[in-house]
Write a protein that binds this ligand. Sequence first.
Ligand code: ZN
Length: 692
Amino acid sequence: MSDIGCSFISTTRFLLQIRFLRVGLLFFLLSILLLISGEAVLAQTLMDTGAAMSIGTEMDAGGAQSSTKQAPRGGAVGKLGEANAQRNAEINNAAGESAEATPAADNAADSGKPAPAQPRGDILKEGWWGPGGYISPIKLPLYILVFLIWVGCASWLNSDQERLKKESREALNFLYLMLYLVVGTIFFFVPIFWAAFPATVLICIVPVMIYVVVRNKPLAPHEKVLTGEHLFYLYAVAMNKIGVKIKVKKRQSYQTGPSIEMETIGKNIDPKILQGRLIVARNSPGYNLFREHIYDALTGNATSLMFDFTPERTVIRHLVDGVWLDLAPVPRVIEKGKGKDNLEEMLESAKLLIGANTNDRRSRQTGIFVAALGGGKKKKKYEAEFISQGTKSGEAVMIQFTASKVPFKSLNELGMRPEVQPKLLEQLNAPQGIFIVSAPPTNGLRSSMDVFTRTCDRFTRDVVNIEDAALPTEAIENIVLVQYDSSKGETPLTVLPDALFKEPHALIVRDMSALETLQLCCREVDMHRLFITTIRAKDGVEAILRFLATKIPPQQFISRLNGVINQRLIRKLCPACKEPYQPAPQLLQQLGLRPDQVKEFYRTRTPLPEPEERKRGICPNCNGIGYRGRTALFELLVMSDSVRELILSNPNPASIRQQFTKEGQTGFLYEGIHLLIKGETTVEEFSRVMKM
Ligand SMILES: [Zn+2]
């Protein structure tokens, strides 16, 4: 009982909190009054106004019996009179006062006898509820029940929308209230109770069902409501409360919460040890918090997750599209009787999972694990690399994810403009020479190189791909794979002679910046072979100079170099929430654009003043970041004789860049302006990428 009392109090509190619900309460009280005694009062009022009307025969002291014999007739209020009469008759029926009663409405048409009107004062004297026993012990509780159902649904609807930060909250609440008030009122006056009442129940339930279907759609399984599993759970909880024990298939704690599972992995480690680590981690107190953080990071499109533990607080960061985003710092709160706070317990669970020492918070510890997101066919696995390291003020932890899928398949998907593609293919399919593919660190060099390997001509010529067994790439049809093992101290040079023995037309050697390797490759170029290689560099010119830094004779290398491509990743504006604006003329001038060339640029959504911003909610497409996904800016530089001469005579980066520009070889600036005009990125993001 106390539970019902509690929920009644909280329901009442809820009602008073929301202004328009007070109106609902008022309405309900009015309808109750009407139901109890109001019909008499209403009838009286109607009698006063409609002089010739003969309704309200039940106001006779005779009560039930006379009501079945005498009924109201037509006229200005005839319909309503009929309805009232029937309702009264039904109430009486239900009260069991007259077993033989026939519906008054049926008699209404036949009966010609006007009923004697009762003087007004007498009616209310009979008792506060009116004469004739109008309270139906069945119908009144049913209406109260339906009202409570409505309050319960409205309360849940409101709090659920609040929790999910739905922008539609107030509008939906209002709609739900109006449905109950307006349609409910109409149904209240429908004479056939057993049709009107179920319809009123439907008004309360159907909108909520529709809401649930729409709300469940985008949510993770554990957040869905009214699913089979959820209903069974609610049923079991309810039954347990009244003392009936229902066996719920017991879910382990690591199976609750977000839909994510951890797996232990490790090279050359006994599967039993791996299984043991998993069991120990699952039983540690911080395990579910660890799962939640990994889940949040992966569903928030983060590729890395960082925890910075200090004595006062822990800072959590997500790396999304190459930019670190700080989450709200978590103050260090240690519960009574514990030596660690929740996040430290979480760190301990992570360390147990990878088999690291939980007590060591100083030295560098690394390990790997797998996070499997989602379930069934939608399950996606991410390999995660864990690194922890003591810092001056505590400990820092970094978790980096790699999806087990190649993200890009074509040059278009990489974001390369169609105009640039044939020039690149010319380089990738050249009969001989050296072509460099480069990018600054963490700018997608590996993925792009994978796409280039796939795109180059591998059908009319023999292509060999030399790769490190520690960093395997996806097998590609018609490309001969030759592996070396860097963990055994091998280098590309270990396997190059064998690979060359196969007389290939083209070789992909990702790492050939060692002097000896480079010299061998230069010699092989003269045997009509093409080498495609990669290097980390912030632009094309720097890539060339990095090779020269190996002390290879410049003439030997430069004369065989065909060209270089460099790429930088730039974040794309979220299409769901970006907004257009008129760029200032000075800005256009700086970018070398005429005002008539550009109608508008785009930027991330401007925040509104606080209450409106909260009402608008966070953009679900980008989690409020404003950017979603990245594309590449490419700088393709093709060597010319004049550039070669310049590099050999004066290897100064600025003048080399100047020479390329003079020859019309457009770089990042041109590509970036192109993206700005297309509205795919912002000026701020572009300048961030240019400063790299
Ligand atoms: Zn957005």
